[in-house]
Design a protein around this ligand. Structure first.
Ligand code: F6P
Length: 545
């Protein structure tokens, strides 16, 4: 770590000495301008981080840390197509997938637009042809259903977006997702579908992922229960960077939609991996989605750091993770259609920044990626919010809320919004013992009962949260929200000095699974296994029917 960075971290620790004993109640009482000072907007999108335990000095020092970490030059290097994914020697250019030609994206000296635009055109026109019934199965029947088979980045983004934009589905086919190698997933999803009118999308960047390949083979067999061998092909398309493997699988080139190694799996939903989204909402809406992504890219690229939404969100996260030592973040959309957003961000964030070594392979000096999890509100209030309010751990929360209802039930939307605001208020300000006592006295409760219940009914408060508010959930705003989180993850990766674009930590389990698979056959030699795995296999064998 450079001396400058060491000084920046030390300054933040000093800020904490001042702020650790301060309560958000006092911070708000002392400064009526907190909202104005600690919020930022891009058009209708606002992030309010005034309920975080920071002050102006701390924010200044966080911004100085980002500068000292070389954020601006590293951001520019990413947009310029430099090979910043150093362990895989790859550029990181998911932003080029939604860029315009005059944004000037290049890879290896070639304009990415030369390859991105035709491929986008191809898969969007395929989507519209399927939707309109122009592209049919071999018997000329229109497709009623689409099943996307993929996992991780080839699943989570599309599932999330199709669910989020369900209102935009109109007459398109129903889009389903199979990810788990547990055969129950494929069986449950296809149970009520007609193989003849179901289009299978095999979505895999590498086209080698064990789960996806096993499910794709099984799906092909399922198609053949209704279609002749020569007709099956028309019902299968592939989304991949590995064109050799798609050919070997027997998928005709005209139904293979490609992307490139400079698109990370978890950053790939604006590539052909998004075909399922385009099939659900149509090409025009998909383009609006891309333009939301691009607008946030542009904002990230150009806005000064102090007004830059992804930068601010990231710095708040750095403060929570490294200064307050909070190891987890709850992401709570008050929006039922964003129910899969936490799972999507979970992969994006944890696979990117869950690293123990920096880009040079040295052990990191600061804690890195937090554990991200969440469920939609208000449901979450009735499950785990108890712990967030009164548990012994401080769990920072990111709330997401649309100003406008996603349905015609406007009264319900006000209840939803009120709950979202109420939760951040309760977390921040809590309820003191004196307040509880006076409230119970006003209700003429017995003094013994008051004494007994006061500690249980007291809320400590001072628990940080950030609220992200936008006008409404639409293809455009969803794109913008996704890019907000993508760039937040990037900024944090820069500050921690890690490579946010590799994922070596998933490899060992894959190798071991391949070694263990044949050992599950009855009679296999288990003598080389450790006692636990051997014991478990023996139990499984004994229990298997
Ligand atoms: O789980 C590891 C991973 O490589 C993810 O990064 C990726 O999104 C997922 O597997 C699926 O990979 P593929 O798209 O190559 O099938």
């Amino acid at each position: 770590m450079t001396n400058q960075l060491t000084n920046n971290w030390a300054a933040l620790e000093q800020d904490w000495v001042r702020l650790e004993s301060a309560h958000l109640r006092e911070l708000f009482n002392d400064n009526p301008k907190r909202f104005a000072q600690f919020s930022a907007s891009q058009d209708d999108l606002t992030i309010d981080f005034s309920k975080e335990r920071i002050d102006s000095k701390a924010l200044e020092n966080l911004l100085a840390l980002a500068e000292a970490a070389g954020l601006e030059s590293k951001r520019d290097a990413m947009f310029a197509g430099e090979r910043i994914n150093n362990t895989e020697d790859r550029a990181v250019l998911h932003t080029a997938l939604r860029g315009e030609r005059n944004d000037g994206f290049q890879v290896n000296g070639e304009a990415t637009a030369n390859i991105v635009e035709p491929e986008l055109e191809r898969f969007l026109s395929f989507a519209d042809q399927v939707r309109s019934g122009k592209y049919t199965n071999a018997q000329g029947q229109a497709f009623t259903d689409v099943v996307n088979i993929g996992i991780g980045g080839s699943d989570l983004g599309p599932v999330m977006a199709v669910r989020a934009l369900s209102e935009y589905r109109d007459n398109g086919p129903k889009v389903h997702f199979v990810s788990n190698v547990d055969g129950a997933h494929l069986r449950d999803v296809t149970k009520d579908l007609d193989p003849a009118t179901t289009l299978i999308l095999v979505a895999s960047k590498t086209f080698t992922t064990q789960e996806t390949m096993a499910n794709a083979q099984a799906a092909r067999i399922w198609l053949a229960t209704k279609l002749s061998e020569q007709d099956v092909g028309a019902n299968v398309a592939a989304l991949s960077t590995n064109l050799e493997a798609t050919q070997q699988f027997g998928i005709a080139n005209e139904r293979v939609f490609g992307f490139w190694d400079w698109v990370g799996g978890r950053y790939s939903l604006s590539s052909a991996i998004g075909l399922s989204i385009a099939l659900a909402i149509g090409a025009e809406n998909f383009r609006a989605f891309l333009s939301g992504l691009r607008d946030m890219d542009q904002h990230f690229k150009r806005a000064p750091l102090a007004q830059n939404l992804p930068v601010l969100l990231a710095l708040v996260g750095i403060w929570r993770r490294n200064i307050m030592a909070c190891s987890t973040v709850a992401l709570i959309p008050y929006d039922q259609r964003l129910e899969r957003f936490p799972a999507y961000v979970q992969q994006m964030d944890m696979e990117s920044n869950g690293k123990q070594v920096d880009i040079n392979g040295d052990l990191v000096e600061q804690a890195t990626g937090p554990i991200i999890w969440g469920e939609p509100g208000t449901n979450a209030q009735h499950s785990f919010f108890q712990l967030l309010h009164q548990g012994t751990d401080i769990v920072p929360v990111d709330f997401i809320l649309s100003a406008n209802a996603g349905s015609d039930l406007h009264t319900q939307h006000n209840i939803l919004a009120a709950n979202c605001l109420a939760q951040s208020e309760a977390l921040a300000f809590g309820k003191t013992a004196d307040e509880v006592r006076s409230e119970m006295q006003a209700q003429n409760q017995a003094p013994e009962k008051i004494d007994k219940l006061v500690p249980h009914r007291t809320f400590p408060g001072n628990r940080p949260s950030t609220s992200i508010i936008h006008k409404e959930l639409s293809p455009y705003s969803l794109g913008r929200l996704i890019a907000l989180f993508e760039h937040k993850v990037f900024v944090q990766g820069v500050i921690w000095g890690v490579n946010s674009f590799d994922q070596w930590g998933v490899e060992l389990g894959k190798v071991l699974a391949n070694q263990i698979a044949p050992l599950l056959d009855k009679g296999a030699d288990l003598s080389d296994l450790n006692a636990s795995t051997r014991g478990l296999i023996e139990r499984i064998n004994a229990l298997q029917k």
